[in-house]
Design a protein around this ligand. Structure first.
Ligand code: KG4
Ligand code: ZN
Length: 365
């Protein structure tokens, strides 16, 4: 279980700052957070299901829902215990609202979080706040760095989604670019798997990219020079498949020991591959920043935990005169803390939902 206690700052709201419980079960992580005001993170506990799906080579929706169901209540207890350890003795009766991600993701998984959130809202007679998981990702930055100066361009790059967002104020945002096929993280995970690495493959690819030069091989940079802000990563994945076929690196399922006899090392290959991913992510984000005339960009989502991607963004933003915001790595991957932060703004604005709130697998177009 990932645990990130820490009071990250203070809120600006009145004398008694509202306390929210936030839940995220959109995909394969179950996460519960307690947030006071906008920025005081009393607890953030996340249980990843990677090990539960490893034998199937991908997330099995039915299994994911059942796992969420199994762990959600213990995680709420764990969040309360974590807050107590950090010196904040709170109980469910102290809650002012409960927030839950109700889109997008695996519907069965979303419904587990929603059912728990609705039950709590009903029993405690407090507002329910439905949160768009994609809108919430950038709020990992607001949680840590404070109130942002809009307008902003956000890159959310994760295993399930890769989108560019233009945001002009809280609750006013638009997706201006998205992957037309695989998400960036999905592509990285699948390529890592071709080399025999277990899920999630991002961290190992990142380590390779940090340790090796990227110039020995050249992989495509899909849609980098196209006119729009959309992404495509499935062609890059296929390019790696053909590369491995032609160069004789292990195909999926081969024993790791076979790699000793391979003619090329995986380090430089993965470094070159990841350079394609980072070039596209950075290139499109900076193009969006220019197009919308913003002076700052934020990066979030699991891939934002990559040290290499950070380096690339830092260099490019410094050159372009853009401010860059990054959350700490533990708030890059899916977490309820970001949901709680966005929900705090919603609570202040009185923008609540009721028990008829529904869950949706997809983002509205
Ligand atoms: O945001 P996230 O937890 O949820 C999904 O949408 O699935 O992102 C998970 C993705 C995976 O593709 C994983 O390989 C990648 O984030 N990731 C990383 C790192 N940590 C997680 N990629 C590169 N470097 C990392 N340190
Ligand atoms: Zn996510």
């Amino acid at each position: 279980m990932r645990q990130q206690p820490s009071a990250t700052g203070s809120s600006v709201v009145g004398s008694r700052r509202p306390l929210g419980l936030a839940i995220d079960t959109t995909f394969d992580d179950t996460s519960v957070a307690l947030v006071r005001g906008r920025r005081e993170l009393l607890a953030n506990v996340t249980l990843s299901q990677y090990a539960d799906h490893a034998e199937f080579g991908g997330v099995v929706p039915e299994r994911a829902s059942r796992k969420h169901l199994e762990v959600i209540h213990p995680l709420i207890d764990a969040a309360l215990a974590q807050a107590a350890e950090a010196g904040a003795q709170v109980t469910l009766d102290d809650l002012d609202y409960v927030a839950v991600s109700n889109l997008p993701g695996l519907l069965g998984s979303i419904l587990v979080g929603m059912t728990v959130a609705k039950s709590l809202a009903y029993l405690l007679d407090i507002p329910l706040i439905g949160i768009n998981h994609i809108e919430a990702h950038p709020y990992a930055n607001f949680l840590v760095h404070g109130d942002p100066a809009f307008p902003l361009v956000h890159l959310v790059a994760a295993g399930g989604h890769t989108v560019l967002i233009h945001q002009t104020e809280h609750f006013r945002w638009r997706i201006v670019g998205r992957s037309v096929d695989d998400a960036a993280g999905e592509c990285v995970d699948k390529v890592a798997k071709m080399f025999g690495h277990p899920m999630p493959g991002g961290p190992v690819v990142d380590r390779m990219a940090m340790a090796h030069a990227s110039g020995a091989y050249d992989f495509p940079r899909p849609m980098l020079n196209g006119p729009d802000l959309d992404f495509s990563f499935s062609g890059l994945k296929t390019a790696m498949l053909y590369f491995l076929r032609d160069h004789g690196l292990p195909t999926p399922g081969e024993a790791a020991g076979d790699r000793i006899s391979t003619p090329i090392e995986e380090g430089p290959v993965l470094a070159a591959f990841f350079a394609s991913v980072t070039d596209v992510l950075v290139g499109k984000t900076l193009r969006a920043a220019r197009r919308y005339g913003v002076r700052a960009v934020t990066v979030s989502g699991g891939l934002a935990a990559s040290r290499k991607l950070r380096q690339c963004f830092e260099a490019a933003c410094a050159q372009a005169g853009l401010r860059l915001y990054y959350p700490p790595p533990e708030l890059c991957t899916d977490n309820a803390a970001m949901v709680g932060c966005l929900a705090a703004y919603r609570y202040e604005a009185g923008r609540f939902d009721d028990l008829s709130l529904e869950g949706y697998p997809n983002l509205p177009m």
